[in-house]
Design a protein around this ligand. Structure first.
Ligand SMILES: C[S@@+](CC[C@H](N)C(=O)[O-])C[C@H]1O[C@@H](n2cnc3c(N)ncnc32)[C@H](O)[C@@H]1O
Length: 272
């Protein structure tokens, strides 16, 4: 038995997160007014290219109002709220971090989406759902934190209904050593990257076939160039969630992509 999930939980644990979020919210929106997904996007989309990437993956996976979605490793719930509010999907979010789930529930209630989006603490390797419960599984910037990739993908396959879609968007290993800290790991002890080729093999061994497969590294680099040319985001941003180190983590992520230490992959898969 490995202590990897505990170390990952520790990496994302965040004392006082809810209070920090509430106080950051007052800088953009006074009082208890309802929040929109657009207002929250700089804070709650915890992956490269933010809400743009979520929208593209949802479209590639063909999600709509009838889709029962599991957002696995949902963070503070931005992608789940986006899917519910723009497509009308019913979404369940699961995450290892209790702090993130508390924040996700608060933000969802403030956004008026609690009737369509629910959250619970859980480990992607032991999902508390019957087989064939969901029509789609979203996994964005999570797999690189999961050491046991074959169990992860087998769990996704188990809880997907026949004909369901598995939409994944994750970092992959490049050709050189990764520079830490990065947003998912302060050092190599919580980082379990695979190359694009090994990711594909692990998915195929778990019984998936790709219906969409795209290397997004260049698109991400262009996005980073545009973001870094602008002024640093004030008010709502992911530094509120991850603390002052987040700027260095993000700069290292961009450097790793630029120097072919990391790549970025988006894919939609179906059961064989
Ligand atoms: C970089 S964040 C991405 C959050 C979210 N998917 C998003 O894009 O906004 C990675 C998330 O994966 C979660 N995570 C990592 N390993 C997990 C596991 N074994 N089970 C469930 N969640 C996990 C972390 O707690 C964290 O919230």
């Amino acid at each position: 038995m490995t202590d990897a999930p505990n170390k990952v939980r520790e990496h994302y644990s965040s004392t006082g997160l809810l209070n920090r979020i509430m106080s950051a919210l007052t800088t953009v929106l006074p009082g208890d007014l309802p929040l929109t997904v657009d207002q929250l996007a700089p804070l709650d989309q915890f992956h490269t290219r933010g809400v743009l990437a979520t929208a593209e993956l949802a479209s590639a996976a063909g999600l709509d109002a009838s889709t029962r979605v599991l957002d696995l490793g949902c963070g503070i719930g931005g992608p789940a709220r986006f899917l519910a509010s723009t497509l009308g999907s019913r979404v369940t979010g699961v995450d290892l971090s209790p702090d993130f789930i508390d924040a996700a529930k608060y933000l969802t209630a403030r956004s008026g989406l609690a009737d369509r989006v629910t959250f619970q603490v859980g480990d992607a390797l032991h999902l508390p759902f019957e087989k064939e419960t969901f029509d789609a599984v979203f996994l964005q910037h999570v797999a690189m934190n999961v050491q046991d990739r074959s169990t992860l993908y087998a769990e996704v396959r188990r809880i997907l209904a026949p004909g369901g879609r598995f939409a994944t968007y994750d970092l992959v290993l490049g050709e050189h050593d990764v520079v830490y800290p990065v947003p998912w790991a302060r050092d190599a002890s919580t980082s379990f990257l695979l190359s694009e080729l090994d990711t594909r093999s692990a998915l195929e061994e778990a019984g998936f076939k790709a219906v969409h497969w795209r290397n997004d590294t260049q698109t991400a680099l262009e996005w980073f160039r545009a973001v870094m040319a602008g002024s640093p985001p004030g008010g709502l941003n992911l530094g509120v969630v991850m603390g002052p180190e987040f700027r260095e983590m993000t700069a290292n992520l961009a450097r790793n992509l630029r120097e072919n230490r990391l790549g970025l992959l988006s894919a939609v898969l179906m059961q064989n």
